[in-house]
Design a protein around this ligand. Structure first.
Ligand code: SF4
Length: 391
């Protein structure tokens, strides 16, 4: 057994063990049992170390609560991933990329998980059905980007990961492989020198990490990220906006800055999905926009990720921007900068043919009349629509 598998065994994976660790006055085993039965629980030693007190942001992400059973707008498969699944383990939604579920398990289980309907259950993400997935990818030459997910792909052995890389690399049109993984936070020991050597043979391999709070960037996590970066793995981060965890501009700014220092480029902040069992983590879209506004211009552009809603029902990711543009006409654009100061950008004076057949009538060779147009109606469109398009 590898060292990281041994560390995994030292985690807490039953309510009884959790009560022993935090006290049975805090953990009501009977009350929490239905939530535990509904979705697996495991806290690795790294996660346990990140929890400093009961109810803190790390606690909230991993310890079951009875609120998980209070379903209101939540949906089982809120992104309708199964609706876009042509063969087991594949979701093909976007034109040139596909999601490939390769692992049913995670080192720790996040209570807000979008895929909690499947994660933790090897029957729902079967390890013996890779072949139909490979076949599907082979027969779709438009797929150039594979996102390996699960569960956490890094819970697989190096041997199995290499088998996946080899098969994907044998498909000529697969240009990019991405691994979606929270392992650097949950189990940094998993980023072994052996894995780092192996992965170099199959580049370009990217990793999208997942950090939600600055306290997850422990020295061990930062060191694991450094090993991946040294192995040539470009690192991004997907963060989920969670009520009571990171719905605060100062916390998010600290997180983004710490990620950059750890050689990770913040990629997305997601609105928490409308998933059944995770509704108590949701906050408002306005809060997300406030956070993005507090980042953009106030810290390095590299530290400002896209803020998106993954549209319920399978519409895909839609970017949202705070309202910077006040008015757009054919003559000028009026907008405010990050500090709220107003500026005007003059539109270019585009030469327009005037005789209907592409020739400027009687114009001097180097002078082309400018067509005068009325102000665009775009400026009257609702602000929210303009910002969604601009994103
Ligand atoms: S690591 Fe990812 S897949 Fe696993 S429980 Fe957390 S959010 Fe879900």
């Amino acid at each position: 057994m590898s060292e990281w598998q041994q560390v995994l065994r030292e985690g807490v994976d039953t309510l009884e063990k959790l009560a022993k660790r935090f006290g049975d006055d805090v953990i009501d085993v009977d009350a929490l049992k239905p939530a535990f039965d509904n979705f697996q629980m495991r806290l690795t030693p790294a996660v346990l170390e990140q929890i400093k007190e009961v109810g803190d942001p790390m606690w909230q992400q991993y310890v079951p609560t009875v609120e998980e059973l209070d379903i209101q707008d939540g949906m089982i498969d809120s992104l309708d991933e199964d609706g876009d699944s042509p063969v087991p383990n594949i979701t093909h939604r976007y034109p040139d990329r596909a999601l490939f579920l390769v692992s049913p398990v995670c080192a720790s289980y996040c209570r807000f998980c979008t895929r909690r309907r499947k994660v933790g259950d090897p029957e729902k993400i079967p390890l013996n059905q890779y072949e139909s997935a490979f076949e599907y990818i082979r027969s779709h030459p438009e797929i150039r980007d594979i996102i390996m997910s699960g569960g956490d792909p890094m819970m697989l052995s190096d041997r199995r990961l290499e088998y996946l890389f080899q098969n994907l690399r044998a498909i000529p049109h697969v240009e990019i492989i991405r691994i979606g993984s929270r392992i650097t936070s949950h189990l940094p020991e998993r980023i072994t020198p052996e894995f780092c050597e192996m992965v170099k043979k199959y580049h370009p391999i990217y990793m999208n990490t997942h950090f939600n709070h600055p306290s997850e960037l422990t020295p061990a996590a930062v060191a694991a990220l450094g090993r991946l970066a040294d192995a040539g793995v470009p690192l991004g981060c997907q963060t989920v906006l969670l009520r009571g965890v990171n719905d605060d501009p100062a916390i998010m700014k600290e997180l983004m800055q710490k990620l950059l220092k750890a050689r990770v480029r913040p990629y997305y902040i997601y609105m928490a999905d409308q998933v059944a069992g995770g509704e108590h983590f949701r906050t408002t879209v306005q809060k997300g926009l406030e956070i993005v506004q507090a980042l953009r211009g106030w810290t390095s552009g590299l530290a400002v990720p896209h803020f998106v809603i993954d549209a319920p029902g399978g519409g895909g990711k839609v970017p949202l921007l705070p309202e910077y543009v006040e008015e757009i006409t054919d003559d000028e654009v009026v907008f405010r900068n990050y500090a709220g100061e107003r500026y005007v950008y003059k539109q270019p004076r585009i030469p327009v043919p005037v005789d209907g057949c592409g020739v400027a009538a009687e114009a001097a060779p180097d002078i082309v009349p400018i067509q005068t147009r009325k102000k665009s109606k775009r400026s009257k469109r609702p602000a929210a629509k303009r910002s969604a398009r601009a994103g």
